[in-house]
Ligand binder design. Sequence first.
Ligand code: NAD
Length: 288
Amino acid sequence: MESNGTEIRRVGVVGAGTMGSGIAQVAAQSGFDVVLVDISSAALAKGLATIAKSLERLVAKGKLTAEASAAAQAKLASAGEIEALAGCDLVVEAVVEKFEVKRQVLLALDKALPPHAILATNTSSISITRLAAVTARPERVIGMHFMNPVPLMQLVEIIRGLQTSDETCDAVFAMTRKLARTPVEVNDAPGFVSNRVLMPMINEAIFCLYESVGEASAIDEVMKLGMNHPMGPLALADLIGLDVCLDILRVLEEGFGDPKYRPCPLLVKMVDAGYLGRKSGRGFYAYG
Ligand code: NAD
């Protein structure tokens, strides 16, 4: 049976990295048929392995039954091309935070998907209105900003572009609740709410390190013990990915035309060196 605009059954995820693998896992755990796509077969294999490990951990902790874990795995398919998403009612793109890459992916999705399908983007900072304008269905494009790590975090920041329809917004709210997550609606502006507030704090923490105000561990301890943050800002930057942080700061700097968002030169240098945080084994801290 063909789905109508508000009925989401089959979900596609483009990008099997940190976020895409988590989004695919949560959707499969919630009973959706999921197809995970990545341009890189190595990234796809790594994403699928991450999902398997995460499900195993949930079972070991008693948070998921072995049957539910097996059922989630059975709901999950993977592919190397966007054309494999032709039967999806909603696709979340979670490719790298570069407008040009997202533009190409959205163009391909717009061509491959049926007219009723919703295109959601997990962008951390790029204008939803600008991304929507790439497609012939701007009313069906929306920001669905999951938090990292997706299997553990409650919030999904829902961002309406200028042309996003009420029907799309309602369908995505309902979908988010089916994923056992809490949707919060905000409007389209660089960094939305989450990263407009978070990234300047992380950047300032990196400036503190750059200017030798404190060691990385001291900066993080101050914020943990003094401000009750569960993680220090430098450890959080490592978790997010230093390249992702840099990309977001650049979107904020360009979007507002305000030098207060200027990325710290130390962040630029670390990304140039390939120190991207946890995913590369080294960032402000070393990972085994
Ligand atoms: P990542 O680098 O871990 O993964 C990106 C994946 O996209 C890679 O596996 C790459 O191979 C794939 N990819 C690149 N081009 C592609 C293409 N044309 N087609 C298919 N796959 C392609 O990045 P990430 O941290 O998962 O971030 C993905 C998105 O989510 C970004 O927009 C980012 O801003 C956003 N986001 C990240 C976080 C975070 O904490 N990392 C949090 C919220 C949102």
